[in-house]
Ligand binder design. Structure first.
Ligand SMILES: Cc1cc2nc3c(=O)[nH]c(=O)nc-3n(C[C@H](O)[C@H](O)[C@H](O)COP(=O)(O)O)c2cc1C
Length: 221
């Protein structure tokens, strides 16, 4: 055993222990929410978190996916991203969701996953986690805010602490001004209508804030 190890122990393992465990949980058919999730991963890592990017399992029939070129291509491109499990939520101190708007609400895939965590909830294992959410829709007023707020209703039932960005940084104004969570508008071509650099900065701010709130909650009873 080396001198430094004896003096200070395994510094990197000790460092990991103090890093805020952060799960970025997303569902995406066309790739937009995957991009938001990856930007959140970057932002959370820059904030010193230990990060897992996890996809919500698909529930749609393969025939529906195969019939849509964009969906099929995205599913193929992300086939190696690990699927989220209830244990990942138990592990996480901070959770950032990114989910598309479906008729002004969360996608059914997201609801299906949420409905599997009743056991964790009953044991109080979802309480006191810092959470926030992001979303996308095809129209500028297509339901992004409603989707995020709908997800937050579930978070309140968990006893999680919603770390919405509010207007805590000027970048939120540049990104469209959604105080509930970063959101974007995507055309049929899958391109974001907003300035991507502004959205990326807003996502980074939201990730840093969620991690920071999780840090502040570490001693919560
Ligand atoms: C069944 C369904 C319902 C949708 N409902 C809405 C809607 O209410 N408002 C809207 O603007 N876009 C709606 N969209 C478009 C999606 O929100 C958009 O494709 C999604 O945000 C893209 O995210 P993704 O690339 O991560 O899948 C809907 C799409 C589908 C397939």
């Amino acid at each position: 055993m080396g001198y430094l190890y004896r003096m200070f122990g395994n510094v990197s393992a000790k460092g990991m222990e103090n890093m805020t465990k952060t799960a970025i949980v997303y569902y995406s058919a066309g790739g937009t929410n995957y991009r938001l999730a990856k930007w959140a991963e970057e932002g959370a890592k820059a904030a010193g978190a230990e990060v897992k990017v996890l996809k919500i399992p698909e529930t749609a029939p393969q025939s529906a996916i195969d019939a849509n070129e964009g969906w099929k291509a995205h599913a193929q491109a992300t086939k190696n991203v690990p699927e989220v499990t209830p244990e990942d939520l138990e592990w996480a101190e901070a959770i950032i969701f990114s989910v598309p708007t479906r008729f002004g609400n969360i996608a059914s895939q997201v609801q299906s996953f949420i409905d599997t965590v009743g056991g964790l909830w009953a044991e109080g294992k979802l309480a006191n986690k810092a959470v926030s959410a992001m979303s996308s829709a095809q129209n500028p007023h297509g339901g992004q805010e409603a989707t995020i707020l709908s997800l937050y209703t579930t978070m309140y039932h968990w006893g999680a602490i919603v770390a919405a960005p509010g207007y805590t940084d000027p970048v939120i104004f540049s990104a469209g001004g959604n105080p509930y969570g970063t959101s974007v508008t995507v055309g049929q071509d899958g391109k974001m209508v907003e300035d991507e650099a502004a959205i990326k900065a807003a996502v980074a701010h939201q990730a840093k804030r969620t991690v920071s709130v999780a840090n502040a909650l570490k001693n919560l009873e």
